[in-house]
Ligand binder design. Structure first.
Ligand SMILES: NC(=O)c1ccc[n+]([C@@H]2O[C@H](COP(=O)([O-])OP(=O)(O)OC[C@H]3O[C@@H](n4cnc5c(N)ncnc54)[C@H](OP(=O)(O)O)[C@@H]3O)[C@@H](O)[C@H]2O)c1
Length: 280
């Protein structure tokens, strides 16, 4: 088990803070929310081309008063942007919207349903990394078999896998495989978007430690060596979500053993529920 507030080192030596800030659905509040997050102390900011908020994230970063080089900005190539040329083009478009000349972390947002496409996309990721345009490369929603496919052929290994992870949906097989191969796991929906707030075990543990359920969820992720990326548009919740505590190991095990329930419903090996395009 990991201490809850230690930095996490990627295999290429880049250090990530123990927690980052998610921006999906920050909507009209995006600029204010990201500025608030940086003011509160977040240094890792997560966006994606498909969120349609890279311009706002870029504006917030440029105007937040914290030097760009002190922030770790992640963005991602969407499902419609896979393949060698498409990934390179997607990266350029993201940099234009963010008004940045490099990304700290660039991820393939979802695996393709064809290993060959993933391999082509990954060659583009390696080129971006070799050219110094991206400080760390990784993937998101890659299960063990997708990671094995890349690890078998890559020159530069994936350094991050961003997965849905929260009490009630831990994808533990993939988490273990990734961690055993030196791939840092980040947690998306670490608060389960509030779905676990009534869970009996979590309510009991929140009372035991005298913390909120979100604090429990975030502490749980950190203690599993995972970097959670909570999203909030509310200044007090943005600040609140920086709090993590250390749970007894037995309690971490109990949360890991909760019945798996309440996930987003998206599985990387199935057709997407709806076809979503990257906004202009
Ligand atoms: N790679 C991927 O495929 C993928 C997919 C989904 C998300 N993500 C990333 O992961 C980030 C987080 O995931 P998410 O946005 O799906 O879900 P989440 O962080 O688990 O939950 C966000 C929801 O919880 C509420 N909330 C936040 N803090 C709270 C608190 N302290 N108390 C009560 N409610 C609170 C927020 O409302 P308020 O805003 O009103 O506080 C919002 O409705 C995203 O923003 C995105 O950056 C990645």
């Amino acid at each position: 088990m990991q201490q809850t507030n230690t930095m996490i080192k990627l295999i290429n030596g880049i250090e990530l803070p123990h927690i980052g800030f998610g921006t999906y659905k920050t909507g009209a509040n995006c600029v204010d929310a990201v500025r608030e997050a940086v003011a509160c102390g977040y240094r890792l900011i997560d966006t994606a081309s498909v969120y349609g908020n890279e311009r706002e994230v870029g504006e917030a970063v440029a105007t937040c008063g914290t030097p760009r080089e002190e922030l770790i900005i992640t963005t991602k190539a969407w499902r419609t942007q896979l393949g060698y040329d498409n990934v390179l083009r997607a990266f350029d478009q993201s940099m234009q919207k963010l008004k940045m000349d490099y990304a700290d972390i660039y991820l393939l947002h979802w695996p393709a349903r064809d290993y060959g496409v993933d391999r082509d996309s990954w060659r583009a990721m390696e080129r971006l990394y070799d050219e110094g345009l991206v400080k760390a490369v990784g993937v998101s929603n890659y299960l063990t078999h997708h990671l094995e496919n890349l690890l078998a052929v890559c020159n530069v290994p994936p350094m991050v896998d961003q997965l849905e992870f929260h009490p009630g949906y831990t994808q533990w097989d993939t988490v273990s495989f990734a961690q055993e191969h030196g791939i840092c796991v980040e947690a998306w929906s670490p608060l389960a978007r509030g779905r676990v707030n009534e869970d009996d075990l979590l309510v009991y543990l929140a009372e035991k430690y005298k913390v909120s359920i979100p604090t429990l969820c975030l502490s749980f992720a950190c203690q599993c060596g995972i970097v959670p990326l909570p999203k909030s548009s509310d200044p007090s919740r943005i600040k609140h979500n920086l709090t993590v505590i250390t749970l007894d190991e037995e309690d971490v095990k109990k949360i890991l053993a909760m019945p798996q329930s309440g996930w987003s419903g998206e599985h990387p090996d199935l057709e997407p529920k709806k076809s979503v395009q990257v906004p202009d």
